[in-house]
Ligand binder design. Structure first.
Ligand SMILES: *[C@@H]1O[C@H](CO)[C@@H](O)[C@H](O)[C@H]1NC(C)=O
Ligand SMILES: *[C@@H]1O[C@H](CO)[C@@H](O)[C@H](O)[C@H]1NC(C)=O
Length: 197
């Protein structure tokens, strides 16, 4: 009996030693089967919502910030497009919108900027409010369930904290990729820098 109990305890401990099991996230079927366009040499997802996010980012960001977020999106999309695992696990629309809206909290005097929260928190609320406002009457609204909004919120919230985000869903973990210039993508990478310097 004591032996059996020890075995059960060991099994439980072993199970808990792999916390990432709890975060396995299966993408909704066909979620990434959307139109694309080529931007800075990178093929990216192209939906009305992605375009609206880009327009909003452009409207509210100073040039240096807009170029930074575009590089974040394009480098991230480039890395994802070269990795089969990521292609199957990253929600590309969430990744695109998260990349482009991850610094909204840095916009001076914006209505969504608070006095007491970290800018990532303001950015995360602003990004999810933006999507909710956009899709409320749009046909694609039904595709934005609570889970995708949560993915977007976490992607933005943790975008500057890879020590946390790396242990989240692939969509969230991929958010900071754009910050790193990845060796091996230099030809396309330089083109991105040419356009969004
Ligand atoms: C693909 O991405 C996964 C998750 O980030 C990583 O573990 C893996 O090493 C990557 N594969 C390649 C070939 O780079
Ligand atoms: C932000 O608000 C402050 C105080 O109202 C003002 O002095 C400043 O010019 C504003 N900045 C921008 C970029 O609108």
């Amino acid at each position: 009996m004591a032996l059996k109990l020890a075995w059960i305890v060991q099994a439980l401990v072993a199970f808990h030693a792999y916390p990432s099991l709890g975060f396995q996230h299966v993408l909704p079927r066909n979620i990434n089967q959307k139109p694309t366009r080529v931007l800075g040499g990178v093929t990216v997802i192209d939906t009305p919502l992605v375009r609206a996010a880009q327009a909003m980012a452009c409207q509210y960001s100073e040039d240096y910030l807009f170029n930074h977020i575009m590089r974040t999106w394009l480098f991230g999309a480039l890395v994802i497009s070269h990795n089969t695992t990521l292609q199957q696990t990253v929600d590309l629309e969430v990744h695109a919108i998260g990349s482009m809206l991850h610094d909204l909290g840095l916009v001076l005097n914006a209505s969504w900027v608070s006095h007491d929260r970290r800018f990532e928190v303001d950015s995360a609320f602003a990004a999810t409010d933006f999507v909710e406002g956009q899709v409320v009457h749009a046909p694609e609204g039904s595709a934005w369930d609570a889970h995708r909004l949560q993915l977007l919120f976490d992607s933005v919230l943790l975008s500057s904290e890879p020590k946390f985000s790396l242990y989240k869903e692939a969509t969230v973990a991929s958010q900071p990729f754009g910050e790193a210039f990845v060796p091996g993508y230099s030809a396309v990478g330089s083109r991105i820098f040419d356009i969004f310097a």
